[in-house]
Design a protein around this ligand. Structure first.
Ligand SMILES: C[S@@+](CC[C@H](N)C(=O)[O-])C[C@H]1O[C@@H](n2cnc3c(N)ncnc32)[C@H](O)[C@@H]1O
Length: 298
């Protein structure tokens, strides 16, 4: 295990990391991973650039996570923070937050957004490049969140349990874990194909070229392995000629999880479940909807 290194006097926590770097306005503690640890093309390059144009989250998720962060108070840890869709509003609401993500490119976008914000907001944020299955920070957190189904990137039981063990170890005694995953729709499983959520944008204007970009999904289920596998396909179309000028495939593999499977995983990993909501208005759980879990250390 690499050694523990302190960041600086004004950064009151450190990370077991092979090296660390400091950008203009926020710290980036870089945990170097073995090369085969992550599917490198997911959330990298253009896939990361397109993320904010298509991923609109689950209805009400930003307000819900910000409210929970305010109730918990600093320090909050968001695993799989991506481009800061939830992390930045959390910091703007006055909460100190550490965002950990495995994608260098997603974090670079988050960092760029932060650099345009007032210094007092920037000071509330630390970004860490790392793996939710293996991170080690020398702070404990009042709240750890894994929003927008990022837990489903754990592709087998060992990865799921490792992530939950890391969370358990980093939670304060009365801290909470809050995260959401989609509940598999039996209709989709029966059809064998995954349908893009209705609120995901189907087209946008390319940020650099100004061309139109359309989005299609090509996903299938592997019922034995409980996987949804495939790619989003982005076609860039010249606005004046109507001709296709390029296609990007953005691969994605997720391990879907059933309700009681998730409950058992939490209990096996040292948690007790406080609540399972079915949406971000704190409604009842409904099959085929969302699983919004609130858990505490046992
Ligand atoms: C669906 S995005 C969610 C981003 C953000 N939380 C949001 O709500 O918009 C999933 C994120 O999880 C990250 N991720 C995937 N596997 C990871 C891992 N093993 N450790 C840390 N982050 C991971 C991806 O890089 C990506 O940024």
């Amino acid at each position: 295990m690499p050694s523990v290194s302190s960041l600086s006097p004004d950064a009151p926590f450190s990370c077991r990391a092979l090296h660390e770097s400091r950008s203009k306005n926020c710290f980036s503690m870089v945990v170097v991973l073995e090369s085969d640890d992550l599917k490198s093309s997911e959330y990298a390059g253009e896939s990361a650039v397109y993320y904010d144009y298509v991923a609109s989250g689950v209805e009400g998720d930003v307000a819900f996570y910000v409210e929970e962060a305010r109730a918990a108070g600093s320090l909050v840890l968001e695993l799989g923070c991506g481009t800061g869709r939830i992390l930045i509003p959390t910091a703007e609401a006055g909460v100190e937050v550490v965002g950990l993500d495995a994608s260098h490119d997603m974090l670079a976008i988050a960092r760029h957004k932060l650099e345009g914000l007032p210094p007092h907001v920037q000071r509330r944020v630390r970004l860490v490049e790392g793996d939710m299955r293996r991170f080690a920070l020398d702070r404990r957190f009042s709240l750890i969140t894994i929003p927008y189904r990022a837990f489903l990137h754990n592709l087998d039981v060992e990865d799921q349990r490792q992530t939950l063990r890391r969370v358990r170890e980093h939670l304060a005694d009365n801290g909470r874990l809050i995260f959401n995953v989609f509940d598999p729709k039996v209709q989709n499983l029966a059809a064998g194909t995954w349908a893009m959520p209705a609120n995901r944008r189907r087209e946008f204007v390319h940020p650099r070229s100004g061309n139109r970009v359309t989005v299609k999904e090509e996903f299938t289920y592997d019922l034995e392995r409980q996987m949804v596998e495939g790619a989003f396909v982005f076609d860039e179309i010249d606005m004046t000629t109507g001709q296709a000028v390029g296609t990007i495939r953005s691969p994605l593999t997720l391990r879907y999880i059933f309700r009681y499977e998730m409950q058992h995983l939490l209990e096996l990993s040292g948690f007790r479940v406080d609540t399972l909501f079915g949406d971000f208005k704190r409604g009842l759980f409904r099959a085929g909807g969302e699983q919004v879990w609130v858990a505490r250390p046992r």
